[in-house]
Write a protein that binds this ligand. Structure first.
Ligand code: ATP
Ligand code: MG
Length: 596
């Protein structure tokens, strides 16, 4: 992580909500504060919803008028990288008393689906952000975008090009060679206008013509070489149906959508740096035409999130799902927000992560353990403690009466006495972890072995007397005797000093549940760096076990999280749990096991 540009000044922001961690300054905050001081957007008035009324006529200016937006394409599920962008855009709007617009960049009719729109809205809400009334679709602007395109043609700034795709590619030039003008570049305005209208009327097949801006085929910036802004696509659109058979392209759509919505800072990732001149060119022209009012939005670029041990490209995520390397978009191992939610990761953890990594203009890699640490920190504070035996073996207390049972008290959180205690049943037969018994103890082993005493946490002190084995020599039960006056919380308990302290659940009361132990999806930090990323998948990323859990966990509601003492943080799966029969997923261990 580059720390210089992002973390140097630890100033906090005026208006930052108290519930949020104090924001660390960064170059975007500096831009916003600068714009505010200079009153760059102060002359702007805000006219409610955007639309064809594009002159910004309307109500009084916002007190601190910033408008950001989060503009996903609805062609996949959101991933951890998007979380960075969401926290950034919505977080800035929140901290400066502005608004962040939720906008679907739905200009590509073929790839987009309502399922994705719904899941994206759900994910943003889950992360804790609210767009209020500001939910927009680029497709809302198809009419305006079309009108503006005619305006470009009428002013000699756009033309219909009828070259084939191959000709266009050949004439585009390269990074070192200028492009060549199309033979159609100087066709009369009226002819272009007529053709464009006929394109929109459905007279031509896909690819017959495109509408291009007339900028400069010799520009060193490829994006400025007469970019196409409308193409023919005879395709059904998820919102506009069959109304259109010409669709605007991304660069043209994006900047105009920003302007129509009165966006102030349009924040995107670094690969758009070379698109910025086009962004400005289109908006300046439209303002010159009198179709948009100044001040115009400005684009700023930040470094995208690169996270080790995952892939964050939609194309790769789709392949993981389609080729069934995972069990769906919401597989708890997927770096998607729906996956993270099932995994037990928390919105608070993501927001803390976004703060911790900051934003900068230089690309960097963040280690996956940073994200895990943020989740662990949050769950340490918020998850009640419970007891779970993941690899159970019986412990039989030979001197405890067979029909007897009693209650022991366990705290719900060791540092939060106000969370109270709960009763856990104790009886003659318990489940303990197999690794808490050793017939011949290794050096430094303080747990159960013949002749040794340990405390059963929150319960009694027991002394191990031996074990039962099956014919193959496997231990099937550990045997011990207990000291009736050693119960935790009683005065006489203090008479017992033992080194080992192990957890347990009462066997007749325990809830046998399916528990999924997830590990990282990839076994190397940078999947695909050395070979096909599929070969870097971790074959041991999921283990399903039957664990013996404390009885109260039977009632765990889906999505509720717990610390299983000594094991880590677990969540009741929101998909596979049934009332009275929750299934648990391990979100993250108690410490960074990958580092040690
Ligand atoms: P992909 O390249 O995987 O297809 P994308 O960037 O095309 O993803 P969009 O739906 O267009 O996906 O992204 C919506 C917003 O999320 C964009 O503003 C984009 O800059 C931002 N974003 C996407 N990936 C990352 C990332 N890894 N880090 C930060 N922001 C990201
Ligand atoms: Mg994109």
């Amino acid at each position: 992580m580059s720390s210089k540009s992002t973390r140097s000044e630890a100033t906090t922001t005026p208006g930052a909500s108290k519930a949020q961690p104090a924001a660390v300054s960064n170059f975007l905050r500096a831009v916003i504060e600068d714009d505010s001081r200079s009153g760059r957007y102060a002359s702007r008035t805000w006219g409610g919803k955007p639309g064809p009324a594009v002159t910004h006529a309307g109500a009084a200016p916002d007190p601190w008028p910033i408008r950001t937006r989060f503009p996903p394409e609805p062609n996949g599920y959101l991933h951890f990288g998007h979380a960075k962008s969401i926290c950034l855009n919505f977080g800035l709007a929140r901290d400066y008393g502005g608004a962040c617009h939720m906008r679907f960049d739905d200009t590509n009719p073929a790839k987009e689906e309502q399922e994705y729109v719904d899941s994206i809205l759900d994910a943003v809400r889950w992360l804790g952000f609210d767009w209020g009334e500001h939910l927009y679709y680029a497709s809302d602007y198809f009419d305006v975008l079309y009108q503006f395109a005619e305006a470009f043609i009428e002013r000699g700034c756009a033309y219909v090009d009828s070259q084939s795709a191959e000709e266009m590619r050949a004439n585009r030039g390269t990074l070192t060679e200028p492009g060549r003008n199309s033979a159609y570049r100087e066709r009369p305005l009226q002819e272009s206008l007529d053709l464009f209208r006929r394109m929109a009327a459905g007279e031509f097949p896909d690819g017959a013509h495109v509408l291009r801006l007339k900028i400069d085929m010799a520009s060193p910036n490829m994006n400025m070489r007469d970019p196409a802004i409308f193409r023919i696509r005879h395709a059904h659109h998820h919102r506009t149906g069959n109304r259109w058979c010409v669709y605007p392209l991304y660069d043209y759509t994006h900047c105009i959508s920003d302007a129509l919505e009165n966006i102030t800072q349009s924040i995107c990732t670094l690969e758009f740096v070379d698109h910025r001149p086009l962004y400005d060119w289109v908006l300046e022209k439209l303002a010159d035409f009198g179709l948009l009012a100044r001040p115009l939005p400005r684009q700023y670029e930040f470094a995208r999130l690169n996270l080790s041990y995952v892939v964050l490209s939609k194309r790769k995520l789709i392949q993981l799902v389609e080729d069934k390397h995972v069990e769906g978009w919401d597989d708890p191992r997927m770096p998607t927000l729906v996956g993270a939610r099932r995994r037990g990761f928390t919105p608070e953890g993501f927001r803390a992560f976004a703060e911790r990594i900051g934003v900068s203009k230089a690309d960097s890699w963040i280690d996956f353990s940073v994200l895990e640490e943020c989740m662990r920190d949050h769950m340490n504070e918020t998850a009640p403690r419970r007891i779970a035996v993941l690899d159970p073996v019986k412990l039989v207390i030979d001197n405890y009466p067979e029909a007897q049972e009693e209650a022991c008290e366990a705290p719900n959180h060791p540092q939060k006495p106000d969370w109270g205690k709960r009763e856990v049943p104790f009886s003659r037969e318990l489940w303990i972890e197999r690794e808490d018994f050793a017939e011949t103890p290794p050096k430094g082993y303080f747990r159960l072995f013949p002749g040794n005493k340990v405390r059963l946490r929150y319960g009694f002190v027991v002394e191990c007397t031996g074990c039962d084995k099956d014919d193959a020599g496997n231990v099937i039960a550990v045997r011990c005797t207990y000291f009736p006056d050693s119960k935790s919380g009683t005065d006489s308990a203090n008479n017992y000093k033992v080194k080992g302290n192990i957890h347990w659940v009462s066997a007749p009361h325990a809830y046998a549940a399916s528990v999924r132990l997830y590990d990282r999806l990839f076994k190397v930090p940078n999947p695909g760096a050395e070979r096909d990323y599929i070969e870097d998948l971790n074959p041991d990323s999921k283990h399903v076990i039957t664990a013996q859990l404390e009885a109260s966990l039977r009632d765990a509601a889906p999505d509720s999280r717990f610390q299983f003492e000594r094991h880590g943080y677990f969540v009741a799966d929101r998909v596979d749990s049934r009332p009275g029969a929750p299934v648990f997923n391990r979100a993250v261990g108690l410490k960074d096991s990958w580092k040690s």
